[in-house]
Write a protein that binds this ligand. Structure first.
Ligand SMILES: Cc1cc2nc3c(=O)[nH]c(=O)nc-3n(C[C@H](O)[C@H](O)[C@H](O)COP(=O)(O)OP(=O)(O)OC[C@H]3O[C@@H](n4cnc5c(N)ncnc54)[C@H](O)[C@@H]3O)c2cc1C
Length: 457
């Protein structure tokens, strides 16, 4: 694809335009102003804020296509971090999110120092730090409660920073820094295709059609954009996770460390995230992902049942968990084999985060890597757009070349660590608990992957 005209992509209130599918993209100023107003109206209608706007305005002519410069599909961590990074660099984008609002559920994510470097680079690190406890270390136990090993993160690496953040607060913090019209909710991507002029056509479930110069697929593990680029479905790895957030209105009792318990084909852990909340998880082997269960009381009972004979502290945290915060997720990943896997970009369409590289959570790196992707891609894209230095297409290829050597080995490693921790064989588990963990494991090398340099945007 030829490089995108810088004047169309720089941050400006008049950069959006609406045109029929056949009209030229070089819109007049008045048309652009009209377009901005029109997009805002559609946004207000979709987001439920109808502010005296007549309902009839939401009925669109069949041929109408909204013209956008950069469309990001998905308002998860990858999508919002990318939009905010671009915004900091003076580049406007529109985020399409299928849900009616930002995800309010979800539990928490442990972010290591690489994640915090990115949050600082984007300018939201300090605000988040005040809300979440710094985790000092980790203790590993066997299922009978015996302590196998404990580590302090800073003993090996003084620059290490570990905090678990609530997903909904992380998303809300990103969104608060974006212009109000930057995210369009209730906008589920249904179809994607290439238009004759080389732009990408996006059709939403409600029939809205958009034409975008650049599309960034941040639509998670089941990404329709990745599917369109030729990626296979992620592979189920043989175990599932229950997660929840224990709530202690009068103050939680835990030390600021991660407590893991390793059993046979079963492991669990918990970590305090704030003065009143404790995140917990239980990972269990299951030959198939099983049916989707949404009834919160069933989820709670199932997770309790798995660890009912384990030390009671975890059961107490599960009992303190509001039922609607418990989720069960079959774990998946996708290995990006060289020469075999499709490219992360094609023309001016590119993938970020789980849409490109779903990985198991065993290293706590999925979201951290999505954050890294966001800043790396945004810098390269903004450089191509703002300075006219090279084409957008080569910026996207350069992003892929820089990121692939980072994320492919991490995906593989996370998978192998998970297999080791989910072993069921009693002899192997005994060797793991009595030899490998107490005598062989070193935390420093285990966390070397969290080194990531990142300047402020
Ligand atoms: C059990 C578990 C524990 C984890 N723990 C950690 C951890 O401790 N640390 C860590 O760094 N990572 C962790 N992760 C990984 C982390 O959750 C993901 O890597 C991260 O959420 C990826 O963000 P994303 O934005 O790429 O995808 P998502 O968070 O999945 O966001 C995708 C967004 O796209 C939207 N979307 C999807 N399809 C469409 C469509 N058709 N149209 C419009 N919008 C669409 C979705 O609604 C969603 O908002 C964990 C994952 C699991 C499963």
């Amino acid at each position: 694809m030829a490089s995108v005209s810088p004047c169309l992509l720089r941050w400006s209130s008049s950069s959006s335009s609406v045109a029929s599918a056949t009209s030229s993209s070089s819109s007049s100023c008045s048309l652009r102003t009209y377009a901005s107003r029109r997009i805002r109206r559609l946004f207000l209608l979709r987001s439920g804020n109808r502010n005296e706007l007549p309902r009839a305005l939401s009925v669109k002519a069949e041929a109408e296509v909204l013209k956008e410069d950069i469309v990001i599909v998905g308002a998860g961590i990858a999508g919002l971090a990318t939009s905010l990074s671009l915004h900091r660099l003076g580049v406007k984008s529109l985020v399409l999110e299928q849900a009616e609002s930002l995800r309010t559920g979800g539990t928490s994510l442990t972010l290591f120092k690489n994640g915090w470097r990115v949050l600082d680079a984007i300018g939201v690190g300090s605000e988040l730090r005040t809300q979440f406890l710094e985790i000092q270390g980790m203790v590993v136990k066997s299922e009978d409660g015996r302590e196998l090993r404990s580590f302090r993160f800073k003993d090996e690496d003084d620059s290490q920073e570990v905090r678990a953040v609530e997903r909904s607060i992380l998303l809300g913090t990103f969104a608060d820094q974006l212009p109000p019209e930057a995210i369009r909710f209730s906008s589920k991507l249904a179809k994607i295709g290439r238009s004759e002029n080389g732009e990408t056509l996006l059709e939403l479930v409600d029939g809205t059609r958009l034409s975008a110069k650049i599309v960034i697929g941040c639509d998670g593990v089941r990404s329709p954009v990745a599917k369109w680029l030729g990626f296979s479905e992620p592979k189920y790895v043989g175990y599932c996770a229950f997660r929840g957030l224990g709530f202690y209105p009068d103050g939680q009792p835990c030390e600021p460390r991660v407590t893991y318990t390793y059993g046979r084909g079963l492991r669990a852990g918990y970590v305090p995230i704030s003065p009143t909340k404790v995140y917990w998880f239980v990972c269990f082997n299951s030959p198939s992902p099983g049916p989707k269960i949404t009834d919160p009381s069933i989820l709670k009972n199932q997770s309790r049942e798995l660890v009912r004979n384990w030390p009671s502290e975890l059961l107490n945290i599960i009992d303190r968990t509001p039922r609607d915060t418990i989720i069960r997720t079959p774990l998946v990943d996708r290995w990006l084999w060289p020469m075999v896997s499709p490219s992360a970009s094609s023309g001016s369409v590119v993938l970020v985060g789980d849409a490109w590289h779903p990985m198991t959570p065993n290293l706590g790196q999925g979201a951290c890597c999505a954050l890294e992707d966001a800043v790396v891609l945004s810098r390269k894209l903004a450089n191509a757009i703002n300075s006219g230095n090279g084409s957008v297409e080569s910026a996207l290829k350069s992003y892929e070349s820089e990121r692939w050597p980072r994320i492919f080995p991490l995906t593989v490693r996370a998978n192998l660590v998970g297999s080791l921790l989910q072993w069921e064989n009693p002899v192997v588990c005994s060797v793991r608990n009595n030899v490998v963990i107490p005598k062989l494991v070193r935390i420093g090398p285990m966390l070397e992957h969290t080194n990531f340099a990142c300047e402020r945007l």
